[in-house]
Write a protein that binds this ligand. Sequence first.
Ligand code: CA
Ligand code: CA
Length: 432
Amino acid sequence: MKSLIADQGVTFDNSFVSYSLCCPSRSTFLTGQYAHNHGVWGNAAPSGGYYKLDSTNTLPVWLQRAGYQTIHLGKYLNQYGTRNPREIPPGWGQWYGTPDPSTYRYLDYTINENGNLVQFGTAAGDYKTDVESRLAVDLIARQATDPRPFFMWVAFVAPHSGAPRDADDPTGLATPSPAPRDKDHFANEPLPMPPSFNEADVSDKPLAIRRRPLLNEREIAAIRENWQQRRETLLAVDEAVGSIVETLREAGELDNTLILFTSDNGFFHGEHRIANGKVLWYEPSIRLPLLLRWTGNKSLPRGVHRAAPPVGPRHPARDAHIRGCPLSELALRGARDRREGAVQPRAGPGRAEQPPDEPELRPDGGEPRRPPRTSAPVQGRGVPPRPSAVTWSPGSAPRHVPFVAGGRPSGRTFVAPGFEHGLLPRRAPPQA
Ligand SMILES: [Ca+2]
Ligand SMILES: [Ca+2]
């Protein structure tokens, strides 16, 4: 990640998710809309889940319509496949999605390979991140002979908790399962303990936080093990990123591919006395990685950090001028930002929106009982949306790590929503 993505592109240091929960957040990625507009308020029916989203009006549908080959690999929206595991959501030309519930298993899981259910076992070679990496590499290699531009979403389940159990799993805390070669790689790494960790004085916090007891030594040891295992599962993701980048290079597509690395929510590791989970409106839960690499775009700087918050879902009319300020411009604004010493929100109608109301807190850190509401105008359907935006926060590993690679951008006028002003080339690219 560092040498091939961060050092070759732009890292956004202040990127936040609009709804820190898998399914609503992924639905935002697919629609460019806040949860109160796309309607997915949770991970499960009736308030949320895959079947709650109108999948006929999503990013892959628009891209396919514009001539892209669209490829999905890995986890999709929660509850996908529970009615029909052979289903292929609209818009995807190549589908390698993992139906629920085995999508959360690192071994012994199913992949829907273009309508065929393929079962993977429990051997070391079945480790899901590695299998998905090999599939991604194979699909990119095949795509190199296809004249169409392609959009690929590789959605690893790591570092989300999931089976199988490991010998060193703590009791009472769900953990992921690192690749056998990576188990205990970080066993000697100390758990980060920022000032918010096991916060001593919570008198300024909402009731749901105030009534939490301090974490005890046993709980802190469990959090440490979980934090270590989550980092260990990301080692395989790191290798997968390397394999994907190398395959793009071998295919002659690397310079002409925009690579975007992000996630759908953050995660607590003891901050504010919260042992695990997300949803709540604190930085470990909402701060996310966002890295871009596109070496063929010579104006995109390399190896730099940007403090400017990337553009999230917005009202297209009210924020019309912001449509001229997508991630690409923010990426290019670094030198100016450094000169000015700070990044200020733009004045005028596109100024920063009011933050959403805090969802009802639950002491277990679970899903809120109602969706967050905001004072922002409603974004209607059919309006060109933009994807969710999101930054790497050392010490707060993301819950899922979707990894998006869009290769050989189209020379047509349509480009991925949110990237419409300059990230993808307008001219027809040279034939590979
Ligand atoms: Ca484990
Ligand atoms: Ca361990």
